[in-house]
Design a protein around this ligand. Structure first.
Ligand code: APR
Ligand code: PHB
Length: 389
């Protein structure tokens, strides 16, 4: 088989790139290791920057998003149960859109089906070759049959554990990493939220986040030790811990219910440079991971894809390689801004086990400063709503 762009991975990055290329008449094939149901079973964050919504519109997947999403004009930060509102709208004149990543993925899958784009699910043993000699190929097996795709370019959208980044020689790739000494335990439940906007809560017992997916579904998190297993956390234990951190007034009026999903994720920052090697371009989690505080993961995947799409468009429409050549530098500049912001929000709001008293006093004083200084709030707001693409 021959195609112009072979896309590895059908997460939001791969599907979005596929859809943008499809609409521009650039031929592409998506190879995904898992089944569509497996991909849709993963629950991730749910806050979209305006720039992300704009790119989703460009990809033609805004209908359900516009009907079902929630517009949030700010967030609350809470310290020991006392809340302070950060109004993005007042501070920087912008807002964010609450809509689950799973729903973005579902919309993109439907759009691809409707457009007749080829997606190969359950593709095993995907391997890349000819990346630097302009004879790029992707081989894989499907239900035991060996297959190969010849292509101009490969888009590595296969997440942190994918094969694409590992196909770049070790002497070319530099990686940067920070692990945090805790995880997030997340619960999804069908109860109406007792909060209008997200609450990021710092408390002595640890961080908690009150989020939502719709007027009838909440997504809540508590910081937990890295060693914890989901089985140790009954729904009752989770809600009790969440209530002890989120603030007495919310705790008193909130509803709880059985979890429909419960999982623990470690927190990590990771960046791989460069994001391009020969004809291979990395996008999304394949190149970088941010901790979820600030909800930048999906938004960064979308900005990578947008830059890559522009590069491919210039190449196929005008034969101009300039923006493809600039891709890695351009994408990484924005990646590092989000890596910095996510690291900062994580450091500001969590309890670090074994930390000296000095550091926790500094953190507390930074939070108090944030509550009283519109200038400090504007910095948070500007980053949270998303730096320009
Ligand atoms: N071959 C084919 N597909 C693969 C391979 C492989 N060797 N390895 C991984 N994949 C697939 C995975 O099964 C997954 O469906 O690549 C896809 C990558 O999707 P995501 O992990 O969702 O990554 P991405 O599309 O970059 O989305 C970024 O997801 O993890 C969140 O916080 C992150 O919100 C951000 C978003
Ligand atoms: C979520 O709704 O799952 C969510 C929201 C904001 C975050 C992280 C996760 O910062």
């Amino acid at each position: 088989m021959r195609t112009q762009v072979a896309i590895i991975g059908a997460g939001p990055a791969g599907l979005l790139l596929g859809q943008l290329l499809q609409r521009a008449g650039i031929d592409n094939v998506i190879l995904e290791r898992r089944t569509p149901d497996y991909v849709l079973g993963r629950i991730r964050a749910g806050v979209l920057e305006q720039g992300t919504v704009d790119v989703l519109k460009l990809a033609g997947v805004e209908d359900r998003l516009q009907r079902e999403s929630l517009l949030h004009e700010g967030v609350d930060l809470s310290l020991e149960g006392v809340r302070h509102r950060i109004s993005f709208h007042e501070l920087v004149g912008r807002t964010v859109t609450v809509y689950g990543q799973t729903e973005v993925t579902r919309d993109l899958m439907h759009a691809r089906e409707a457009f007749g784009g080829l997606s190969v699910y359950e593709a095993e043993s995907v391997a890349l070759s000819g990346i630097t000699d302009r004879r790029s190929r992707v081989s894989y097996t499907l239900h035991g049959d060996a297959r190969e795709i010849e292509c101009d370019f490969i888009a590595g959208c296969d997440g942190y554990h994918g094969v694409s980044r590992r196909s770049i020689p070790a002497e070319v790739l530099r990686t940067f990493e920070r692990s945090y000494p805790f995880g997030w335990l997340g619960v999804l439940a069908d109860v109406p939220p007792a909060w209008d906007e997200l609450i990021y809560a710092s408390s002595e017992r640890g961080f908690a986040l009150a989020s939502m997916r719709s007027p009838t579904r909440v997504r809540c998190y508590v910081q937990c030790p890295l060693e914890d297993q989901v089985e140790q956390w009954s729904d009752e234990r989770f809600w009790e811990e969440f209530k002890s951190r989120i603030g007495a007034d919310i705790a008193a009026r909130m509803q709880t219910g059985p979890s429909i999903e419960k999982s623990i994720a470690p927190l990590r920052s990771f960046v791989a440079e460069p994001m391009r090697h020969g004809q291979l371009f990395l996008a999304g989690d394949a190149a970088h991971i941010v901790p979820p505080t600030g909800a930048k993961g999906l938004n960064l995947a979308v900005s990578d894809v947008f830059y890559l799409y522009e590069g491919l468009l210039d190449y196929y429409r005008q034969g101009d390689r300039g923006s493809l050549d600039a891709y890695s530098t351009r994408a990484l500049r924005r990646v590092w801004q989000s890596v910095r912001f996510s690291w900062w929000m994580t450091s500001l709001l969590h309890q670090f086990p074994g930390e000296e008293e000095f550091s926790s006093r500094i953190r507390r004083s930074e939070l108090e400063y944030l509550f009283t200084s519109p200038a400090a709030q504007a910095v948070l707001a500007e980053n949270y709503v998303g730096l320009p693409l």
